[in-house]
Write a protein that binds this ligand. Structure first.
Ligand code: HEC
Ligand code: HEC
Length: 193
């Protein structure tokens, strides 16, 4: 009896589990992203963020938000609405399979890092949480735009909407400049070489 229940539960768990993701298939999907984000996720245009080495769950969540319309952007809304759920899982697995590391700008003092941000986004901008993105070496334009979008309510998140609500333009600029100055290195997974 116990065995039967365990088997039945096992079956349910399997049926309910997320579909498997395939990073190699994701690499093919990334062909659609490379002009803006690079094949390794190091952005090629200043308004696009670096996405290589971001947590997979963060990438899936953002692509799903663009697809469903809860996050909007003229380029990404079009891109994401053309992706299937499987392609979202796969392309996120591809970019997440890279490793992102960051160093502070030459001469930067770690004590000057924004104390309201480091617990989640790190001193040099490598995320400390699976749900938060890296900020290292994003352009100050990108960081500025996102913080103002959270402040305005155009982009919503339980944590960041609250954080951004109280920021002044000068603080936004200072935080954006701090993280934009970091040096980011994205390393491809070994099997991709
Ligand atoms: C034409 C350029 C372009 C293409 C092609 C493109 N993107 Fe983007 N992507 C952008 C821009 C610009 C943003 C910033 C959107 C914003 O300001 O909210 C962005 C944002 C994102 C984000 C949010 C990252 C973050 O840190 O919040 C993800 C994830 C993403 N893109 C994934 C992809 C994937 C995967 C593809 C390919 C299937 C792709 N993009 C194709 C320009 C592009
Ligand atoms: C308690 C954790 C936490 C703190 C503190 C925090 N953040 Fe965030 N941040 C997040 C999470 C989670 C997200 C992802 C939001 C989403 O899913 O849309 C995020 C997203 C962002 C983004 C969007 C980046 C992108 O790639 O699109 C920026 C910019 C940002 N945070 C800047 C800051 C700054 C500047 C501070 C300090 C003033 C700060 N955050 C403090 C958790 C945090």
């Amino acid at each position: 009896m116990r065995v039967a229940i365990a088997l039945a539960l096992g079956g349910l768990l399997l049926a309910g589990a997320a579909p498997a993701q395939d990073a190699q298939n994701g690499r093919k999907v990334a062909g659609m992203c490379r002009t803006c984000h690079g094949l390794d996720g190091y952005a090629k245009i200043p308004i696009a963020p670096h996405i290589g080495g971001e947590p997979q769950s963060y990438l899936v969540e953002q692509l799903t938000a663009f697809k469903s319309g809860t996050r909007q952007h003229e380029m990404m809304t079009v891109v994401a609405s053309g992706l299937s759920e499987q392609q979202i899982l796969d392309v996120s697995a591809w970019y997440a399979s890279h490793t992102a590391t960051a160093e502070l700008a030459v001469g930067a003092n770690p004590e000057d890092a924004p104390q309201d941000c480091v617990a989640c986004h790190g001193t040099a901008g490598i995320s400390e949480l699976d749900t938060a993105p890296n900020l290292a070496a994003e352009t100050n334009i990108y960081i500025d735009t996102q913080l103002k979008a959270f402040r305005l309510g155009k982009r919503k998140n339980e944590i960041m909407s609250g954080v951004a609500a109280d920021l002044t333009d000068a603080e936004i600029r200072a935080y954006a400049d701090w993280y934009a100055a970091s040096k980011l290195t994205i390393t491809a997974p070994v099997e991709a070489n």
